[in-house]
Design a protein around this ligand. Structure first.
Ligand code: HSE
Length: 436
């Protein structure tokens, strides 16, 4: 039996995810009514272009083109922001909170850029922001970190959190595709955005890493204090050399607490991981996040990190959560989305982070070349773990692949720049971390 009036929802955006939310709210409305005790009703939908042809038909009686219609309608309790971008979305979310309308958003870039300010406003207004869909599509990682693991110091979070990059790297390693060809496939299949820049330059994953790190460590991390590299430099031959050496290449988000200093390491980089590590088996467009807590130990979350239905599942879970909890904030029992505290330190400079490395150079095929490279590494006390130079290379230029011992990132970066400047080196060296 329904004990509350329907929850009136204002939906901003009817793209892939917005349409999925509308479609699946309708599909599972009875189930949601039984579970939350309320009807979840979409009252208005704001789109830029109502005439656009869509897979899910836009219900004409609910449509508006003015975001203010959501803010000014006193019946709307929840604004679902799925318009993307950071400017209009920021204004919309701020206006909604000022009107004490609950916000649900899947906008990782918005939160990464303006999270500190928006959560402070949410706290001031005692009005929550829900954002399960902002990280890893359908995987319920936000509620996991916020609720299920609340009794843990989070020791590390290691994630494959961009499906497009994981798809491209998988196809290069297993399908033998070149980078451009694999990217083209990812676009054709609708995994990559029409403009995939943020996917392949690492920033889509970085926005998600900022959110996960901030929730884990209680301070909203500034984007300019984390290190981000994309997969643009990775070539098919790197995925193949990695395979020969017993590794696979993944775009990894690494978030780690250094308990000795209290510093937090946060970075996104293409990295080699050993094939026997659990994340190595995450292939194609899938995402996975490995979270280690001091009480729980190791936990792994796997699923679809993008796409209409998985992402709308997360938005709907936020709507149901909001429907069930409405009213708790006034009594002091609710949470507004992010709880800042000062228990941990600052982000660690990437220069100080330590790992092993993979290095590939394309060098003149003549005596003494390897010695020059080894000398530069030796001067900086960077040890060589192994070297491969295949015999079947072309006549003048040979790829040389070196696995390097543990060393600080800053020292390795400077040394590889010197190697790249040697006369015998024909292309920009490709180098990646090897995660232990
Ligand atoms: N384009 C993203 C991905 C999904 O490929 O994982 C939205 O963040």
């Amino acid at each position: 039996m329904l004990t509350h009036p329907p929850l009136q929802i204002g939906l901003a955006g009817f793209g892939n995810v917005g349409a999925g939310v509308y479609k699946n709210l309708f599909k599972n409305r009875e189930l949601l009514r039984e579970r939350t005790g309320r009807d979840l009703q979409v009252r208005k939908i704001v789109v830029r272009d109502p005439s656009k042809v869509r897979d899910v038909p836009l219900p004409a009686d609910l449509v508006s083109t003015d975001l203010d219609d959501l803010i000014n309608d006193p019946e709307i309790e929840i604004v679902v922001e799925l318009i993307g971008g950071t400017e209009r979305a920021f204004e919309l979310v701020k206006s909604a909170l000022l009107q004490k309308k609950i916000v649900v958003t899947g906008n990782k870039a918005l939160l990464a850029e303006h999270g500190r300010e928006l959560f402070a406003l949410a706290e001031q207004q005692k009005t929550p922001i829900y954002f399960e869909a902002a990280v890893a599509g359908g995987i319920p990682i936000i509620k996991t970190v916020q609720e299920s693991l609340i009794g843990n110091h989070i020791e590390s979070v290691t994630g494959i959190i961009n499906g497009t990059c994981n798809y491209i790297l998988t196809r290069m390693a297993e399908g033998g595709l070149g980078y451009e060809e694999a990217l083209g496939e990812a676009k054709d299949l609708g995994y990559a955005e029409a403009d995939p820049t943020l996917d392949i330059n690492g920033w889509d994953a970085a926005h998600k890493a900022i959110i996960l790190a901030s929730l884990s460590y209680g301070c909203w991390l500034p984007a300019d204090e984390i290190f981000v590299e994309g997969i643009e430099k990775v070539r098919r031959k790197d995925t193949q050399f990695a395979d020969k050496l017993g590794y696979t290449v993944k775009l990894l988000a690494v978030i780690q607490l250094h308990t000795d200093s209290g510093a937090i390491e946060v970075r996104v980089q293409p990295s080699l991981i050993s094939k026997d590590q659990i994340l190595a088996s995450v292939k194609g467009v899938y995402n996975a996040i490995l979270v280690c807590g001091d009480v729980v130990g190791e936990t792994l979350f796997y699923g679809s990190g993008a796409g209409q239905d998985p992402t709308s599942s997360s938005v709907i879970s936020d709507l149901a959560d909001a429907a069930s909890r409405r009213g708790q904030l006034e009594t002091g029992n609710g949470r507004t989305g992010f709880v800042p505290h000062g228990l941990y330190g600052r982000p660690m400079p990437v220069e100080d982070t330590i790992s092993k490395y993979y290095l590939r150079v394309e060098a003149d095929d003549r005596p003494g070349v390897l010695a020059q490279i080894a000398t530069l590494l030796g001067k900086q006390e960077i040890g060589i773990l192994s070297v491969i130079q295949p015999e079947d290379h072309d006549e003048e230029v040979a790829p040389i692949v070196l696995m390097l011992h543990y060393a600080p990132f800053g020292v390795v970066r400077d040394t590889i720049a010197k190697i790249g400047a040697l006369d015998c080196i024909r292309e920009e060296p490709v180098w990646m971390r090897v995660e232990g």
